[in-house]
Write a new protein. Structure first.
Lengths: 388, 270
């Protein structure tokens, strides 16, 4: 994992909303960066390098937007990198930034991920036929719904499980002032009665389209000793990919996700994720992905994920809260969503999660992101204590 | 990003000690679209892109500013273009190769003043791949590895009014950090998509007149976008591995008017 122990020393994010008409893309990313730097007691001049992530350029139609954003993020005269891994990009970007510190190349790295969906059309961006890949013609929901139906058939899960997640994550979001959706009246009936988008996903089973940005400042052990607040130590990082399609591919429970989790757990010495984490921030853009990823990430046996959700174990007062921040179901600036998971996990172990804070027993949390056709995975484990 | 930055990322992975070797690749298939107009979408989406300047328009602007400020003439651009096209004859991967003299190019029409077609990198489909490894592994597989002595990249602000277009500040910073001047440079492969960019980069990187530049024909010979920068590094590495040279410099760039630059120094052990 590299020779330099590395920590999240600053976290900042915008208030996520449907349309930020008051700022440009540059203004959006700078707002998150400014908050993260303030948290770390730093200014743009203190940063050695900048790492930017966002979902495909087709969304906003800005080609390689990192070039246009370099100035707004104080990258002039510095190394600046861009990361692309579809929906998992926020997580991958944080990992690429962390590696620059772990490798001993830089001391302080600013990393920012964003999406401005109000200036974009994600469903079009995911539907238009790209020269090098099979046409999707479905957007994200249309792509994932058949996989969800396969999960339901395979596991025998009752039909209300997804709706439970939709309600739980939106109730958590009521405690998060930065969350896009604040739906105080949401209940099971409201989800069941919302209109059907892609069988079995109803409107309230799906994530919103958000404008937003997330920023982290990562620092070496020496830097961590000098910052004003508590830090979140990185105990493990992992990324895995697999092709969108190949014969025998299990798209419901992708091998890349299982192996990514096994790798990051091994680095962090995690043997029983349900016991060893205080909470997990997991990329759940459609409600049913909670039980699916509970199984893929080894929080329970195969076929048991829906039972864990149904039991309330993943609720804020359960034994393993998932997405105490409200998750992707409550805020989805796509490119930033993975980094929000990573950053919210860090805030939990720093004790900085506000009204979303879970009690700390092990002092460790999982951040997770996935993207593409369930084919790109990025994960990190963060902890309140220095890694062993 | 150009695959040269993928090489940087792979180099970082090796620095962490997590991996011993890495495969890097990049590809471009510019024939499928209108590259010059697509690159317009790299510019500020609120204030510049709506004016729809193509990447060639922006390059021509930089070339004009550069020639005016330095008192150089388009004959020097033609000299770069002619030398590149002749060098490309010896490169089986090049697409714009011809035995042509500077005077003959000067007689051709100016298409984007002060640039002529031969000053503009050709639309190219292509891919490149590279394998890097730690010393032990490299020496097991390769008789004369080309060692990466320094690899650094820097970026300038994009706004054309925010920087001096007669030079490339970020290229100079990257060259300094990579240690270009720490030893003799025998060969340099520069990612110049336009003739004037080579002249700007020679100065920005501090390369003397004795340095052989772009013996492959450079990007003016073949420009598979996103692989072109990595190819520059591969061309220098190949010359070191063959024993033709001992130390060389490779450069990659992206963004309008040489906005972002990567410089690496490659060297043989002996």
């Amino acid at each position: 994992m590299g020779s330099v122990r590395t920590a999240v020393v600053g976290v900042g994010q915008t208030r996520h909303v449907a349309a930020r008409h008051d700022v440009s893309m540059a203004g959006l990313v700078r707002e998150a960066a400014r908050e993260a730097l303030d948290d770390a007691g730093m200014d743009f001049g203190d940063v050695d390098a900048v790492v930017i992530g966002k979902a495909p350029d087709m969304f906003e139609g800005v080609v390689m937007p990192e070039l246009y954003l370099a100035d707004a993020l104080g990258a002039t005269g510095k190394p600046m990198l861009r990361v692309h891994t579809a929906g998992s990009v926020g997580g991958s970007t944080a990992i690429v930034a962390a590696k620059l510190v772990m490798a001993g190349i830089h001391e302080r790295v600013l990393t920012v991920a964003f999406e401005k969906q109000s200036e974009s059309n994600a469903t079009w961006g995911l539907t238009v036929e790209m020269p090098f890949s099979a046409p999707l013609v479905a957007g994200a929901g249309g792509y994932f719904a058949p996989l969800i139906r396969a999960y339901i058939r395979r596991s025998g899960a009752p039909s209300h499980i997804g709706h439970l997640v939709a309600v739980k994550d939106r109730r958590n979001a009521l405690r998060n002032p930065k969350a896009h959706l604040h739906l105080p009246d949401i209940d099971l009936k409201a989800v069941e009665e919302s209109f059907l988008l892609w069988e079995p996903l109803r409107y309230l089973d799906t994530c919103p389209s958000s404008d937003g940005a997330m920023a982290l400042v990562l620092g070496s052990e020496d830097v961590a000793a000098t910052v004003p607040g508590p830090v979140a130590w990185i105990h493990g990082t992992a990324m895995r990919s697999e092709p969108t399609m190949f014969a025998g591919r299990d798209q419901v429970n992708p091998r890349a996700g299982r192996e990514c989790a096994a790798d990051v757990y091994a680095q962090a010495g995690v043997t029983d994720p349900r016991r060893d984490f205080d909470c997990a921030e997991v990329y759940v853009p459609f409600s049913w992905y909670e039980p699916m990823w509970l199984e893929n990430l080894g929080f329970c046996a195969q076929g048991e994920g829906w039972k864990l959700t149904e039991s309330g174990a993943t609720a804020l007062d359960g034994d393993i809260p998932w997405n105490p921040s409200g998750g992707v179901l409550s805020s989805n600036p796509i490119g930033a969503s993975g980094m929000i998971r990573f950053g919210e996990a860090a805030q939990q172990v720093r004790g900085r999660a506000g009204d979303c804070q879970v009690p700390l027993h092990t002092g460790r949390a999982l951040g997770h992101a996935y993207g593409g056709g369930s084919q790109f995975f990025s994960m990190w484990v963060v902890g309140a204590e220095l890694p062993a | 990003m150009d695959a040269a930055w993928a090489l940087y990322e792979a180099w970082v992975a090796i620095q962490t000690g997590d991996v011993d070797s890495a495969l890097i690749y990049g590809f471009g298939k510019s024939s499928l679209g209108d590259l010059h107009e697509i690159m317009t979408l790299q510019t500020d989406p609120y204030t510049v892109a709506p004016l729809w300047p193509s990447m060639v328009d922006l390059a021509a602007l930089q070339a004009s500013v550069f020639l005016a400020a330095t008192g150089r003439s388009d004959a020097e651009l033609a000299a770069v273009a002619a030398r590149s096209r002749r060098a490309a004859l010896a490169n089986p991967y090049a697409v714009a190769a011809e035995d042509v003299a500077e005077d003959a190019l000067l007689a051709r029409p100016v298409t984007h003043a002060p640039l002529r077609d031969a000053d503009i990198a050709p639309i190219t489909d292509g891919a490149a791949a590279m394998i890097i490894a730690v010393r032990d592994v490299a020496e097991r597989h390769c008789e004369r590895p080309a060692y990466l002595r320094g690899i650094e990249h820097r970026v300038d602000p994009q706004g054309l009014g925010l920087r001096d277009l007669t030079t490339s500040t970020s290229a100079t910073l990257a060259a300094h950090a990579a240690g270009v001047a720490d030893g003799p440079v025998e060969v340099a492969e520069l990612h110049a998509q336009f003739s004037h960019e080579e002249l700007i980069l020679r100065e920005a990187l501090g390369l003397g007149d004795d340095v052989e530049v772009n013996p492959s024909g450079g990007a003016l010979g073949a420009n598979p976008v996103m692989a072109t920068g990595l190819i520059r590094i591969g061309e220098v590495a190949t010359r070191i591995r063959s024993g033709a040279v001992r130390r060389g410099v490779a450069h990659a760039a992206q963004g309008p008017c040489l906005q972002q630059n990567l410089v690496c120094v490659l060297e043989a052990d002996r």
